[in-house]
Design a protein around this ligand. Structure first.
Ligand SMILES: [Zn+2]
Length: 395
């Protein structure tokens, strides 16, 4: 027997279905909505007028017509709400403010030295929010490196930040009462690829990021697989027995051997150019970053850099090959700061992975590099907030 409750539920499901279509198509007319959702014209008309009344949806202009009356287009009302996204990096925090559709309105990077406490981050978020409190806030997303449980909003362990069992979502919610989404930073990056990158065209994908850390993320059936956190920590695969000490406490992890810091140290070891060795000493005093050192090294001793990146290409190629063999993805995406030097290693790494993967797995997989850039690390969490609040059915 149908109850009033279930009628309301069906109405809510239909409303979310319509919002999702408008969001994904950016603008759409009523006839296409009927076609895409399978709902009746009457239902669409009723729900749309309700959404317009709530100011969630707006009518704009008219679409081109093939004859007869020109259809009116429907769009989300961008100004209905704001969303805040944060990415906590090593030495910097990226802040982004977007409208309801995820378009960036304002962005800011704040640098910090040494370590940063969760309390300090929460107070910075509160300050940032205070600047933009005039509009309704849909949520705040925080992307953090390490093992993050997105279901509880807990940073279980971030070795790069030195954080352990931090109830970050709860801490933020005490200051700003809104929907809080705490997510692993590579998962946030992958969510961007799922919404806005080519990963949306594939069912199963692996995302690998190369930079200060080496991270990974797994997309199965077009959904990020997180478990309770810790999925895709590929930077901590052992690659060298008794190798370099890693931030995680282990030795010889891929991250310890092939991160940006490790590449810089290896160039310093390989070079005989005195000026370069002198510049490297200022890296350990944190006067310049490892990235800046590598840029200078390419100018001053290109031969040594080529040698180091040649070795690096094999290490990354091996890691990619292993991941392809374990997961058989349709799509493999590489991202991260080290891509700045892609000309020195990328072609070789991809070739190694494709050639050495098991059977036909290497020919089947499409391997690409990131085109979305730095904001992708922060925007993924924002897209998730839009999904959860606007069109995810929580049943
Ligand atoms: Zn490690």
């Amino acid at each position: 027997m149908q109850t009033i409750g279930s009628k309301e539920l069906i109405r809510e499901i239909n409303e979310k279905l319509i919002l999702k279509e408008i969001y994904l198509n950016k603008k759409i007319d009523r006839t296409s909505l009927i076609k895409n959702t399978g709902l009746s014209g009457g239902t669409i008309t009723k729900i749309i007028s309700c959404l317009i009344e709530k100011q969630l949806v707006k009518e704009i202009g008219e679409a081109d017509s093939t004859g007869g009356r020109k259809p009116i287009l429907l769009v989300l009302n961008k100004d209905y709400a704001r969303i805040i996204g944060i990415k906590i990096g090593v030495g910097y925090i990226d802040f982004i403010l977007t409208d309801l559709t995820g378009d960036v309105i304002f962005s800011q990077t704040i640098k910090y030295e040494g370590s940063i406490s969760p309390q300090k981050v929460v107070s910075m978020i509160t300050e940032f929010h205070a600047k933009f409190h005039d509009k309704h806030l849909l949520g705040i997303s925080v992307a953090v490196s390490g093992i993050v449980n997105p279901n509880t909003g807990t940073v279980v362990n971030s070795f790069l930040l030195g954080w352990k069992d931090v109830e970050l979502a709860q801490m933020i919610k005490k200051e700003v009462d809104t929907y809080i989404f705490v997510v692993n930073d590579v998962d946030s990056f992958s969510l961007s690829q799922l919404y806005n990158g080519n990963a949306r065209f594939y069912k199963n994908s692996v995302v690998m990021t190369l930079g200060v850390g080496i991270g990974g993320s797994l997309i199965i059936d077009k959904k990020i697989h997180t478990a309770d956190g810790g999925v895709g920590e590929i930077g901590h695969m052992s690659v060298v027995p008794n190798g370099n000490k890693c931030t995680c406490g282990s030795r010889g992890c891929l991250e310890a051997e092939s991160s940006i810091a490790a590449i810089a140290a290896r160039i310093n070891k390989a070079t005989t150019v005195a000026e370069l060795k002198k510049i490297f000493s200022s890296v350990s005093n944190t006067e310049i970053s490892e990235l800046e050192f590598i840029r200078k090294a390419i100018d001053l001793d290109n031969k040594a850099c080529k040698k180091v990146f040649k070795e690096f290409s094999v290490e990354i190629g091996i890691a990619m090959k292993n991941l392809i063999n374990i997961l058989a993805p349709d799509y493999f995406l590489l991202g991260g700061e080290t891509l700045e030097f892609r000309d020195l290693f990328m072609k070789d790494a991809i070739e190694f992975a494709k050639k050495n993967a098991f059977g036909t797995l290497g020919t089947k997989v499409c391997i690409e590099t990131d085109t979305l850039g730095r904001n992708a690390w922060t925007l993924g969490g924002i897209y998730k907030i839009i999904e959860v609040n606007l069109f995810e059915n929580r049943i």
